[in-house]
Write a protein that binds this ligand. Structure first.
Ligand code: FAD
Ligand code: NAI
Length: 465
């Protein structure tokens, strides 16, 4: 240790980096974390998970009042939108949580080095004007928006924006076009749809939400259409011009064909994110990225360079905060000589729309490729709590191995699907069968009973349908 300033230097204070730094310090390692932003918490806390959920939650209240859901339950209100107040509560949520990370750094004696970090050699990093040495360096630099050639984002004008700009629009656009029917497009498209915008989603593929189970993708599409979002599937955007306060997009069928134009007051570019490795000085340590710009690691999160580790959005795998956090804990434990493990087969993913959409494990399509399967499905319409709450949309689907009955995947569309999916993840982590779930007592009346019934449906014996 005498040779280095720190045992561990983490680059990036997102959910991967700040969690790695705190765990390393908890394990008795002298730890610093370099972060170029003025606040801690990374994409997730500053411009991602947290502010988007603040806007989603607030807009759900507005929508429930505006779309008749509340009056159906005997509560008559005429909502009035105060967008400034909505933004203020978003900023409050972000401020509270980013300050919370700063407090945790202090509490755990993690030194925050504020500045852009770049490698000098495998144990030396320049952070702003300071040079810091460490025995172990963890790259947790996260990801940024993938640009779309021909569609230039300028968040300050509020016309062509990325997710950060779409969180901060000062007024509800009359017509919004979302490029990309993935998680960001659907979540932020939903926010502005609920607040009154006409929303059209242009998706390159023939269905939204790539990577999710086929049934889920179709059902989600139906639900969003019902909510007023228009879809142009199998369509690509080839250009965008901005004149005054309006954008005009040029669209073409994905397979080629006649172009058409689409006007919008606001265009959200949400076609994915790419790893942050620019100006990190990877050349200085001889570390290359793969074709997708990611840093490859082994199972323990070691890169090819001794003493250099990597986690989170900058390495392969789903770009999710909880995946980054779990990798943060595991990498710190591995650096400390313990056995830190992340089971990448059981990482839940959730889209926080209304209803929520969640999945863990294999899709039906993936499971079929691996062998014979059984599938049990249960509609939320037949779940007493969902029905009572006027939340009939969605279903639970459980996929299990035909021979062993072990659960291979669980997919849910339901208002609290993001909370429900934790049960499925736990069951899969413990190697449960669908029968194990079916014979587990679930409280009544809860949405979670639909998971039990879907498990019962795997063997053809649900009760309520
Ligand atoms: P990041 O959070 O990106 O943090 C990396 C940090 O490193 C950044 O703060 C950056 O400033 C810093 N940095 C980069 N390079 C350097 C450098 N050279 N020197 C110093 N600092 C540097 N995921 C979910 O699981 N649930 C959600 O609900 C969710 N919602 C999202 C909503 C939006 C709008 C967006 C954009 C993303 C969302 N995500 C969500 C994804 C989630 O934010 C990321 O998966 C997560 O933040 C990745 O964590 P990370 O630690 O790997 O990187
Ligand atoms: P995404 O990968 O989820 O979706 C991008 C979509 O854009 C895809 O459907 C893709 O087919 C489409 N697309 C790509 N190029 C296109 C083009 N030229 N024209 C039209 N469509 C095109 O990416 P997104 O939504 O930008 O999100 C980035 C990441 O952030 C995701 O990987 C996700 O993991 C993470 N995130 C997670 C959230 C959550 O967990 N709830 C919320 C928001 C983001």
């Amino acid at each position: 240790m005498a040779d280095y300033d720190y045992d561990v230097l983490v680059i990036g204070a997102g959910p991967g980096g700040y969690v790695a730094a705190i765990r390393a310090a908890q394990l008795g390692l002298k730890t610093a974390c370099a972060e170029s932003r003025e606040t801690l918490g990374g994409t997730c806390l500053n411009v991602g998970c947290i502010p988007s959920k603040a806007m989603l939650h607030a807009s759900e209240y507005f929508d429930a009042a505006a779309n008749g859901t509340m009056s159906k339950m005997g509560v008559e209100v005429t909502p009035k939108l105060n967008l400034d107040a909505m933004h203020a509560q978003r900023k409050d949520a972000v401020e509270g949580l980013t300050k919370g990370v700063a407090f945790l750094f202090k509490k755990n004696k993690v030194d925050w080095k504020n500045g852009h970090a770049s490698f000098v050699d495998a144990h030396t990093v320049k952070v702003g004007d300071e040079t810091v040495t460490a025995k172990n360096i963890v790259i947790a630099t996260g990801s940024s928006v993938t640009p779309l050639p021909g569609v230039e984002v300028d968040n300050s004008k509020h016309i062509v924006v990325d997710s950060t700009g779409a969180l901060e629009l000062p007024a509800v656009p009359k017509k919004m076009v979302v490029i990309g029917g993935g998680v960001i497009g659907l979540e932020l498209g939903s926010v502005w749809r609920r607040l009154g915008a006409e929303v059209t989603c242009v998706e390159f593929l023939d269905q939204i939400l790539p990577g999710m189970d086929g049934d889920i993708r179709k059902e989600a599409n139906k639900i969003f259409k019902k909510q007023g979002i228009e879809f142009k599937l199998s369509t690509k955007v080839t250009g965008c011009t901005v004149k005054g306060k309006k954008a005009t997009l040029t669209l073409e069928p994905a397979a080629g064909g006649d172009a058409e134009t689409l006007e919008a007051d606001c265009v959200l570019v949400s076609i994915g994110r790419r790893p942050n490795t620019d100006k990190l000085g990877l050349d200085a340590i001889g570390l290359e990225t793969n074709q997708r710009g990611q840093i490859e690691t082994d199972h323990d999160f070691r890169t090819k360079v001794d003493g250099v580790w990597a986690i989170g959005d900058v390495i392969p795998g789903p770009m999710l905060a909880h995946k980054a956090e779990d990798e943060g804990i595991a990498v710190a434990e591995n650096i400390a000589g313990q056995t830190g493990i992340v089971n990448h087969d059981v990482i839940p993913s959730v889209v926080y729309t209304w209803p929520e959409i969640a999945g863990v494990g294999l899709t039906e399509e993936q499971a079929k490729e691996k062998g014979e399967i059984k599938v049990g499905k249960f509609p939320m319409m037949a779940n007493s709590r969902a029905k009572t709450n006027h939340e009939p949309d969605g279903f639970v689907k459980i996929i299990s191995d035909a021979k062993t009955d072990r659960v291979l995947g669980t997919w849910i569309i339901a208002v609290p699907a993001g909370t429900m999916i934790a049960e499925a993840a736990l069951a899969m982590e413990f190697g449960a069968t669908s029968e194990d779930i079916a014979y587990t007592c679930h409280a009544h009346p809860t949405h979670s009973e639909a998971i039990k019934e879907a498990a019962m449906a795997v063997t053809g014996k649900p009760i309520h349908i």
